[in-house]
Design a protein around this ligand. Sequence first.
Ligand code: SF4
Length: 666
Amino acid sequence: MAARDPSESVPGRFDPFAWARRSTREVRVGDVGIGGANPIRIQSMTTTDTRDTAATVDQVERLAKAGCEIVRITAPSIRDAENLGPIRAALRERGIEVPLVADIHFTPNAALEAALHVEKVRINPGNYADKKRFEVREYSDAEYEDELARVGARFEPLVRRCLELGRAMRIGTNHGSLSDRIMNRFGDTPLGMVESALEFLDVCEAHGFRDVVFSMKASNPQVAIHAYRLLADRLAERAGGWSVPAYPFHVGVTEAGDGEDGRVKSAIGIGALLEDGIGETVRVSLTEDPVKEVPVARALAARYDERRPQVAPPDPGASYVASRTVHERRPTRAFALGPHPVGGDAPVRVEVDLGPVPADAPSAVEALAKGLGRLGDLACEGVSLDVASGSEVARARAFSEALRNLPGAPPLAMRISPDLATTLDGWADRLVLRIERPDVELPGRGSAALEWSFEAPTGELAGLVEAAFAGASPPDLVSFVGDPPTHALRLGVALLRERGLSLPVALRHRSDPFLDAEVGLLRAATDLGAALCDGIGDLVCLGGFGAIDRDVGVAYRILQGARQRTSWTEFISCPSCGRTLFDLEETTARIKARTAHLPGLKIAVMGCIVNGPGEMADADFGYVGSGPGTVNLYVGHDCVVRNVAETAAPDRLVELIRDHGRWVEP
Ligand code: SF4
């Protein structure tokens, strides 16, 4: 029997197989409560210069009118912090009551000033009282304690002021901007992020200050998921159990970028956490007008505000992953599907769910051929048809025949009820048997590869799996389709682990045609991304986005966002704020136009020199605003070109990529 996850041993354990919101205390931010029984709150941040009162007030008003419930404003200096007072007053004059948060990095004095004017202060434990120098040095225990005492002394005045004025605080850790002290002891890891936040919580709790919200952001959704989970575990341990209301979490993926990439990456990280019941307030960071972040955050949160806690299914006897806080792809045995191995070390395969059997096979294959022709470098590694009843068998055969005449046609899967399997053997490369009842008779293997698709509520899944594996020899591939999809899949995989079965798993997602296109994209990214970030999934079967090339494109975007299969350059771009030194949206678009064809390369585009270099995390090359009209270029964390004119910077970046042997011609 596989071991259960150690985090589940905390009293009143977190149940990964049944959705429920984490129990949290309410933290008031002005009139808006975060956590407790409140809905998930939506946040965003201004991008204006904080000293430009009129522009900032206008932007806050636009955000509030778009549905943003809490607005953050950067306060890089005391003068910026002082201007939060007039900003707040002007907003109240306009009847805008939205609570404000001051964003503080490096300037404790600005935090003290800001707390006089706004309802909440966000501090970054990595740079509240530390400068980042990327110094490698050993700290003895005594030196480490001295450092903690120094940081505590710098932080205490803010804690006392927040306590006195009834302000809330976010302890907002970012991967990539951890202090040298933490980096040297714990590394740039989820554990380091958690330890960094807890050091500051110790100071808060020592003063009896508990109006604290946490965040653990990273541009890599996997890192963010692991850090938030680890922190949830640690807080539950400190409190003495999962049922004790914990501090609320502000969840987000930082520097997610723009467009579809930014939305997919955000949905993967934020969605996976919301699937765990983690997240009491959400901020989606896009390199776009911040008003555009609001509907994305709202769409992500709405699904969980509506969701009711589930009844826990019977204990499967095993965890679904070896660890919930360390990424490891689930080990599986491979099988051949046409020219592509599936499972084992093979990349996660991409298959398109074509939906029902078409009435006119030749036209459907012609449309498929056109869609495949638009794919460019992306490979469609399979197509799948739903055969709903015996009356569709003849049409399914006609489609199969027409597809065989298409040169380079992808392998064909047919999803059918088990009693029809023999009628289609020889007509498909893979038969996908829908298993919805435990008493169904499963046919033996024919010439096609075999997938068992368990489709039932989570409470019935164990019975289905038990009956299927007791009565027939195992298939090549399995899938679990239930509601919510993440929990059905986890339970199914735990049932496989409990039996010691290393069968590859297909992740199936068909977008609901009645959903808004953006909401459909976010749901696909959440459902598939949450599994992929847990190391589960050997084949993704996706459909319903309107065109074959679109289905394939979305699948590859999700695989890239979950860091499972890289097809394009990875861009890490900050959302911009009042410190930004150039038009970030336009600059990111220009850099993308030159460098988007370099799969495997990570390029950061960051608005300022104060935070940018620290927060580029694991980027290979960095483009960072250093002053008005000037840019610094980085290779890893090393600044190699200083103050180059903005007009010349994209060319210099391309040169640098070339000099480091990472360039290929488009
Ligand atoms: S990196 Fe970007 S978002 Fe972060 S502080 Fe600088 S300009 Fe603002």
